[in-house]
Ligand binder design. Sequence first.
Ligand code: GRF
Length: 208
Amino acid sequence: MSAIISPDVSLEQLKSTTPVRLGVMASGSGSNFEAIAHGIINGELNAKIEVLIYNNPDATVKEKAEKLGIKAVLLNHRDFQSREELDLAIVEVFKNHGVEWVVMAGWMRIITNVLLNAFPRKVINIHPSLLPSFKGINAVEQALEAKVKITGCTVHLVDLAVDSGPVLIQSAVPILEGDTPETLHKRIQVQEHLIMVRAIALLAHLEN
Ligand code: GRF
């Protein structure tokens, strides 16, 4: 049983002339960050990751950035008094690097208007469910507990509420007999990497 991506746009259709300048935010393993970087290296995506921001000193995304030669900046949320202060620092780093689009690729912090106002309608997020179902943390577990037969992943424009905002692209992933959170999340992540690259290509295409 295969996944279904909608809209079913091919990367060929979405070639853009001007590279989009990306700032990526990640908290964890960074497989989505890596997928974007590989999409750029493979020529599927006309973009440049100007800088990665990560908030967790142990996040393995840092090593991935080093290997790829992409600048990584640690902004540890524990060093900031409020969410707004952290976002202010994020905005400063992104503006200093000429970032146009912000990609939340597994960013496990709630963002504020400080970031959204600095990049109006230019912040995207990836979430491991078919939004608006199963918002928040443990989305994969939530889908299994609800005993639905299909779940998936979503890339959407970000607004102030958690995991909310206009959907750009989704992939539907069947839940199989005997799936655990790990087996299901693994299949969802394969789709995340595909739709992440397509979502950025779509945005770049619309801008050009
Ligand atoms: C992904 O499942 C994403 O949907 C969620 O956090 C996870 C990040 O994975 N928001 P990775 O760090 O990109 O591997």
